[in-house]
Design a binder for this molecule. Structure first.
Ligand code: GLU
Length: 309
């Protein structure tokens, strides 16, 4: 068994035995019933080998991890002009903070908090219908993950649409500040549906390969994005990918990574691996407790912190 495989197996056994798992997100009713005992992990290495353990093939709601993919598409469409509408600084505030958006006059701190991702959804809507944009997001994910089965969980999207009042407040405030060009309902429709994409750890780790391997598509060949853009998206994931827990995650794990309230985390080790973990129990910042713990162990064991050995 390879060193990575052994690490993945042992870490999974360790995680399954742990009792401190955090609490499942309940503010999206459809996510509230997920079993907190689940744990999955998948690592795709530089040779393209897939190391998967636990519930690594179970589908879960990727939620905010989708923001990395919509950011990639928005940068492809509008390039650096995006940075006039969205900042690049860590927020130090909860993912759905309203007060910060008002304070900063409708320019969200970064594209990975909710307000920023809503502005990004507005940017990719330009000239398209919501249906066409969601089709484009799915096509992109299917292409980067080499998997045609990836789809949106409509029940999760409807659940969030019915209860996403804070996100509606953020979108309305963006619109009031002139930083939303399409009707609020239209933009939120895109946002809620891309957050509701269902993927497994294996599919997510495959999808993250272009970020881990300098923008390349390892199997189809060619570039998904430039190496420069991959580097920048990784920088944003490192500094902003865990909301107000980003500093702690960099301290403990040392990998660019993006979490979602479904309990997933996508992490990249540039040049070495694309990793996805999933466990639905969250900490106070909305990040997966076991997912972060597993990545911390893996980072130590494989010497994968980007900050040195
Ligand atoms: N759809 C979720 C929300 O807007 C995403 C939050 C997250 O995954 O952190 O509340």
């Amino acid at each position: 068994m390879s060193e990575i495989n052994l690490a993945v197996q042992e870490i999974t056994a360790d995680m399954i035995a742990r009792v401190d798992r955090g609490a499942v997100a309940t503010y999206i009713p459809e996510l509230a019933g997920i079993d907190p005992a689940r744990f999955g992990i998948a690592v795709v290495d530089a040779e393209g080998a897939q190391h998967v353990a636990g519930d690594g093939d179970t589908l879960f709601s990727i939620q905010s991890i989708s923001k990395v993919f919509t950011l990639t598409l928005a940068l492809g469409k509008v390039g650096d002009a995006l940075w006039q509408r969205v900042g690049k600084e860590p927020s130090g505030n909860p993912f759905n903070s309203i007060v910060q958006l008002e304070y900063e006059k409708g320019i969200p701190r970064n594209p990975l908090i909710n307000a920023g991702a809503i502005a990004v959804a507005d940017a990719i809507l330009a000239g398209h219908t919501p249906k066409a944009v969601l089709g484009e997001i799915l096509r992109f994910l299917r292409y980067v993950s080499d998997d045609e089965t990836i789809h949106i969980d409509r029940a999760v999207a409807a659940s969030e649409q019915a209860t996403g009042f804070r996100n509606a407040a953020l979108a309305n405030y963006l619109r009031a500040c002139g930083n939303l060009r399409h009707p609020v309902e239209m933009v939120l429709g895109v946002y809620f549906h891309h957050c509701a994409i269902a993927m497994s750890c294996r599919q997510l780790a495959m999808a993250g390969r272009y970020l881990a391997f300098a923008g390349r598509h390892p199997t189809a060949g060619g570039k998904v994005i430039s190496a420069e853009r991959a580097k920048r998206i990784n920088a944003l994931m490192l500094t902003c990918g865990h909301y107000d827990g980003s500093g702690d995650f960099a301290f403990r794990v040392g990998m660019p990574a993006k979490s979602g309230v479904g309990g997933g985390i996508l992490a990249v080790v540039p040049g070495k691996a694309s990793i996805a973990v999933w466990s639905p129990g969250l900490d106070a910042q909305g990040n997966s407790v076991l997912g972060s713990a597993a990545l911390e162990l893996l980072s130590r064991r494989m010497n994968w912190s980007i900050f040195g050995e």
